[in-house]
Design a protein around this ligand. Structure first.
Ligand code: HEM
Length: 298
């Protein structure tokens, strides 16, 4: 919150303004009923503001407070106490949920009343203009300080929501990092498993049927190659790169190709082979479509 001195300086509110405002306090006191009638009848005639005053006791008390505030505008002494009073007024309205929009409208009504009163009461046009400028300044200063309570309240609410949002984002980020770690560990484990499978197939190649051994070893090598590709994709993703779904489709494709090779060697029934070939065809088309799209988006 700015200091009162700073606010007055920004509005170029001088001792001259203080003197001028104090000099019209008599005129304003004489016409206070007119100003308050305009404000009160607007408040009571507007559904959204009238609802605050269903209770008569409250109406009398608050309208009395409004009147006192209006007369204080022309007191001529705008010190720290005056400033603190305005801050309290802002806080009170925020607390009872009177929207800032109605405060702006209330000042607008009172501004028009003051202009009317001065036009009637001050004959010299130059003097009247100076008085009007001083009245405009004090009304704007009041509105500025009163509505700053609304801004502060909004900031507090916003920062509360911001804190919750921030905590959620931090938690999700941490969770995502942990899951990435789990994924990397799982990929390393699986790749080691595929290496084991490859070694096992090579062993079979040396000790058993050569043809069978070569084909199964080739199949596991294919899977190992795709696993490496999968790890590279994950590393690129961790470095902030795009996620390539084609690698996963590739894994499925290579696995089915390996299955088909083994099924052929095992002399499985033709239906099984046909199913596998159909699966290769379908996944192959999907793979082609996905890689094409990824390349286009690159
Ligand atoms: C020029 C703008 C206004 C000024 C300067 C002003 C001033 C004040 C003051 C001095 C008080 C007493 C504060 C206190 O007891 O601490 C008050 C209370 C109140 N004002 Fe205003 N007011 C303004 C506009 C409005 C408007 C447009 C409404 C419309 C609903 C309104 C509704 C209220 C209510 C409901 C309270 C009572 C709060 C309570 O019960 O404690 N005011 N106002």
């Amino acid at each position: 919150m700015r200091s009162f001195k700073e606010i007055k300086k920004h509005y170029d509110f001088t001792e001259g303004d203080e003197v001028r405002l104090s000099s019209i306090s008599g005129v304003m006191s004489e016409n206070v009923d007119e100003a308050m009638d305009a404000l009160d009848s607007w408040i009571l005639g507007t559904k959204e503001t009238a609802r605050f005053f269903a209770d008569e006791g409250r109406r009398t008390r608050v309208f009395g407070a409004h009147r006192k505030w209006f007369l204080d505008l022309f007191c001529g002494k705008y010190d720290q106490q005056y400033y603190e009073r305005l801050i309290r007024i802002g806080q009170t309205h925020v607390r009872v949920s009177v929207e800032a929009h109605y405060m702006n409208r209330a000042i607008n009504i009172l501004r028009s009343c003051c202009i009317d009163i001065l036009n009637r009461s001050v004959e010299d046009p130059e003097e009247r203009t100076r008085m009007l400028i001083s009245v405009e300044k004090i009304l704007d200063i009041n509105l500025d300080i009163i509505t700053s309570s609304y801004i502060e309240e909004e900031l507090r609410t916003y920062s509360k929501a911001y804190r919750v949002k921030n905590a959620l984002v931090t938690f999700s980020e941490g969770f995502s990092q942990t899951m990435n770690l789990v994924l990397v560990i799982a990929l390393i484990g699986l790749t080691l498993g595929v290496v084991g499978l490859f070694v096992f197939d090579v062993h079979k190649l040396v000790t058993g049927n050569l043809e069978h051994g070569i084909i199964t070893a080739l199949g596991s090598m294919l899977i190992l190659w795709v696993m490496i590709e999968l790890m590279n994709t994950e590393i690129a993703h961790l470095k902030g790169g795009k996620f390539h779904i084609s690698v996963f489709v590739g894994v499925a494709l290579v696995t089915i190709i390996r299955e088909t090779m083994i099924a052929t060697l095992k002399k499985e029934s033709p239906e099984t082979i046909y199913y596998l070939i159909a699966a290769i065809l379908v996944i192959g088309v999907v793979y082609w479509l996905v890689t094409r799209t990824e390349e286009r988006n690159r």
